[in-house]
Write a protein that binds this ligand. Sequence first.
Ligand code: GAL
Length: 354
Amino acid sequence: MLHKFTPGAIWPDTSGVHINAHGGGLLYHDKTYYWFGEHKIEGRAGNKAMVGVHCYASLDLYNWEDMGIALPVSDDPDSDITRGCVLERPKVITNAATGRFVMWFHLELKGQGYTAARSGVAVSDSVTGPYTFVGSFRPNAGVWPDNVSPDERHVPDPAVVQGEFSGGPRDVVDRLNILGRDFAGGQMARDMTLFVDDDGQAYHLYASEENSTLQISLLTEDYLAPAGTYVRAFPKRHMEAPAICKRQGRYYFIGSDCTGWAPNAARSAVADSVWGPWTELGNPCVGEDSEITFGGQSTYILPVAGKDDAYIAMFDIWRPENAVDGRYLWLPMRFNDGRFELHSVPEWDLSTFG
Ligand code: GAL
């Protein structure tokens, strides 16, 4: 039995195998925590989805039982989630009205690099799955965000836009109206998370517009699609790896800069509404290696059940050369004076929350 967290170390499941649930998120259901994440295989090949979304269950957050693959990749070459696609950052939420479990993830179609930038949705009547793939799309096609001015609501001449931008130099996003370019076909959606508010409204937060701007989008009541209301947040800040929580009526955000698998300085922000406006609070990490987030990149914030004011920030330490060896960095969030700090510690346990 494990009785503590050891950030960055091998984390054996109850069978002694290093947990394989990267870019993950947690769901608390029926007094049990469920951890969903990307199953990775050895080597660089592990950066593609060769198996699917892995699920683990725990009663105490330290000891995790392998519940198997919740959403397997498909053997059908025509499926959007065929083996060899890129399927990242899966998150699962429960819909109180339908009683169903809904999974969203970032999907890149096989053989197309990171150009598809789609959202995938899967659903299950059982928390551990198997989940049924519903479909994939670019969200909010044909809809303008609520917070753009009328003069930003224009579709550029496609001939000008095509080929000029490939996700490269950042100054290009200043010259091109990427939001408008993608108006008809739907907005790009890469790194993402889901958030369910106290009123049951669910939101999809995703890196959009060639990763330059985050978008925050309301989901339909069944959580299976965008409801058609969204905003742009952190425009041109190249914010990815979004994670969010609600504490004492305010919303707190952790994200990162865009440097691929290499770690960079985390960002944090606060808002009085999910829709914003968001106020950036800087890098919440303190101490040695804080400028590279202790080697990690954010993926989720967990409010600890049954504990007052207890939030765990979850990060991945990516190992792109041997993807399966990626590590997990879970740290307690220390709130103080309207912001929070993260300190790297070799080990800790839930008693830190008192
Ligand atoms: C990161 C992103 C990861 C993955 C990676 C691929 O920036 O957060 O989820 O997409 O890029 O290089």
